[in-house]
Each structure stands twice: as C-alpha cells, then as structure tokens.
Ligand binder design. Structure first.
Ligand code: UFG
Length: 344
C-alpha cells in the first residue's frame, strides 16, 4: 500500500475531485485545500462514495499566507503537491483582471514560498493549452512558442509557468506542468463531474444543460472559421484521462524519474473536433435533439487547436483512452444525476 501524502489544492473542483479518486485508488493519502469559492465541500462526500475514503479537508484561500503557514505546521509530512486551485473563467478575467492576477498568481507565490520554507520539493501544476494562443503549426507540441495570451486568465497561466521555471533553478524544486486541452466528461459512477456555478462558459455543460431543459438554446459561436464545417476545432479530453496523467506525474516526481526540474506535457487526445461535430455526437449518444442556433464569433476564441501528445505518450507512458462518445455520454449521465444531488 502506497502511503505517500499528496496535497491537492482546489480538490473540490472538477479536475481536482477526479484526480483524488485516481490517487486514492493507488493508495495515496490525500489532503485537500479549497476556498470553496467555486465549489462545494459536499464533493468530498461524493469522492468517499466512490473510494470509501474521505480526504482530510482544510477550507481556506491560498492567498491567505498565514493560513497556509499554519496548514503546513499542522501537516508537516506532505510528499508532493498538485496545484489546481485557480480561477478559470476567461470572460470574467477580462472584466476583472486584478481578481485573476491576485488570485492565480499570489496563491502560487504563497505556495512556492511555503514549499521553500517547509522544504517541499515536488509540485504538479495545472496549466492549459491557452498558453499557446492560436498556434501556427498543428498539432501543437510543447516546443511551440507561447503567443500573446488572449485573456488575463491565459496570461496568468503563462506567468505561472514562467514563475515556476525560474523558481526551480534557485530552490531545488521539481515541477511538472500539465497543459490541458479541453477537459470534459465525468466519472463513470456519475457521482462527480463538472459543476458550474451560474451560467456555464464552456461548451459541454452548455450542451447538457440545454438538453436537460435548464437552458433554452445553445448558441454556436461562429460557423465562418476556416475549418471543415466552419465551427471551431478543439481537442476534447476525458477528465478521467487527465486525472490519471496527474497520478503518473506525481509518481514520476516521487521516484525522481523526471529528466529535468521543470517539465511540461500536453494532455490531449491529439484529435480535433468541431463544435458542430460535438453537438452531433452528443445528440447520438444521448438520443436527444439539441436546440441550437449559429450566432456570431465569441471574442478571444482561437479557430483550431489540438495537441501533439507524443511527449506525454513517450515520457509519461500515458495516452488518453476515452473517445468523444464516452466523454459526452458520461457528461450527460452526470447532468441527469445532478438534479437529485445535494452538494452543499
Ligand atoms: N462554444 C459555443 N457555445 C457555447 C460555448 C462554447 O459555441 O455556449 C464554442 C466555443 O466558441 C469554442 C468551443 O465551443 O469554439 C469550446 O469552447 P469552451 O468554452 O468549452 O472551451 P475553450 O476552448 O474556449 O476554453 C478552454 C478552457 C479554458 C482554456 C482554453 C484554452 O475552458 O480554460 O480552453 O484554449 F483557457
């Protein structure tokens, strides 16, 4: 039984909760910090229903430096950190950039300060394909240059990677930054999944809420892009595949198998699907007809992006296993279960 202790920040969130389940399945002990600004503590009860184990939970904001110090005095034996906690709504970051810089950057700086103070060496960081902007060459590899970020949110992910890559040199910390493409889907149990508070920004919760009758209509943002049907192309990836990659990254750090102190990997399937293809696939797997309308482009959307996953395949021995049908079916099953769920 593996008893390494992993701190998961943002552990009540979408990707965090799925990652906890995968960590627990391999015998890791999980401790969660979350501010609960965008999530519910009840998610950990759902995790317990899946794994039989409720992780230890601390509720505070990582921007609160003294709370973070107190935490590490109480939990001195942490082996590695997975840092998910961050704000992630692109539009909100345009309206309120300081909120994003403060929340996403200050929390990371506080965490790194604490890692140095308490002599912690290993961290896996939640990054995003947003750091590439619209790449010139597709599929996009880790070597592709970072373009100017499309939003303050994207900027915080670029800055965070920069901060991490600088800090490893001076502090002897090991970092694996995982650049997610578009995580969707839910756990097979339908006990955990994506839980947007208020109107969702992202395509798949918008699709499932529309199919459920919670929203009247899905707006498709543009059909005049240079793609096969004119709608944008994304590399959708199942959240459980993403979660499994985190466990592999943690094991790589703990076993000191990393090849350099700052490593970056794309997490995608390598396949691009248009918005309209995604809608059609959803209609097929859910056996529903979606009410949707083509409308104008959304500001800041890139036309096309999908991953070159060779590095993660080769170095991590990881490959996304689930296809778009499974992603959309599990998202739909979760949406159906959600109406009976009490998380708060
Ligand atoms: N879309 C619609 N209608 C909607 C919502 C989305 O047509 O109601 C379209 C978008 O225009 C886009 C595609 O669906 O073409 C995917 O949009 P999402 O909002 O689901 O995802 P994004 O690709 O915009 O954003 C995701 C993450 C961000 C991250 C970004 C990096 O949510 O956190 O990828 O590209 F920054």
């Amino acid at each position: 039984m593996n008893k390494s202790k992993i701190l998961v920040t943002g552990g009540t969130g979408y990707i965090g909760s799925h990652t906890i389940v995968e960590l627990q399945a391999l015998g890791f002990e999980v401790i969660v910090i979350d501010s609960l600004k965008n999530s519910f503590a009840g998610v950990l009860n759902q995790v317990e229903k899946i794994s039989g184990i409720k992780p230890t939970f601390y509720e505070f904001d990582l921007c609160d430096k003294s709370a973070l110090d107190n935490f590490f005095y109480r939990e001195p034996n942490i082996d590695a950190i997975i840092h998910f906690a961050a704000l992630k709504a692109v539009g909100e970051s345009v309206d309120n950039p300081l909120l994003y810089y403060k929340n996403n950057i200050l929390s990371l700086i506080n965490l790194l300060d604490a890692m140095i103070k308490f002599n912690l060496k290993n961290i896996v960081f939640s990054s995003s394909c947003t750091v590439y902007g619209q790449p010139d060459v597709l599929p996009v590899s880790e070597q592709s240059p970072m373009k100017k970020a499309e939003s303050p949110y994207g900027q915080t992910k670029q800055m965070a990677e920069q901060i991490l890559s600088d800090v490893v040199k001076s502090a002897g910390i090991n970092v694996i930054a995982l650049r997610y493409f578009n995580p969707i889907g839910a756990h097979d149990s339908s006990l955990i999944g994506e839980f947007p508070i208020g109107a969702p920004n992202n395509l798949v919760p918008m699709i499932t809420q529309t199919a459920m009758g919670i929203r009247e209509k899905l707006m498709v943002f543009g059909d005049d892009y240079n793609t096969k049907d004119g709608s944008c192309v994304r590399d959708y990836i199942h959240v459980v595949d993403i979660a499994k990659a985190h466990v592999i990254a943690i094991e790589r750090l703990l076993k000191k198998n990393n090849k350099s102190p700052f490593e970056v990997f794309n997490l995608g399937t390598g396949n691009g699907f248009t918005v309209l293809e995604t809608i059609k696939t959803f209609e097929k797997v859910s056996n529903t007809k979606l009410n949707y309308e083509i409308t104008s482009r959304r500001n800041g959307d890139v036309e096309k992006v999908f991953a070159d996953t060779n590095l993660a395949n080769k170095e991590l021995g990881w490959k996304a296993e689930r296809d778009l049908e499974n992603m959309l079916l599990t998202a739909w099953n979760w949406q159906i279960k959600l109406k009976d769920l009490k998380l708060n």
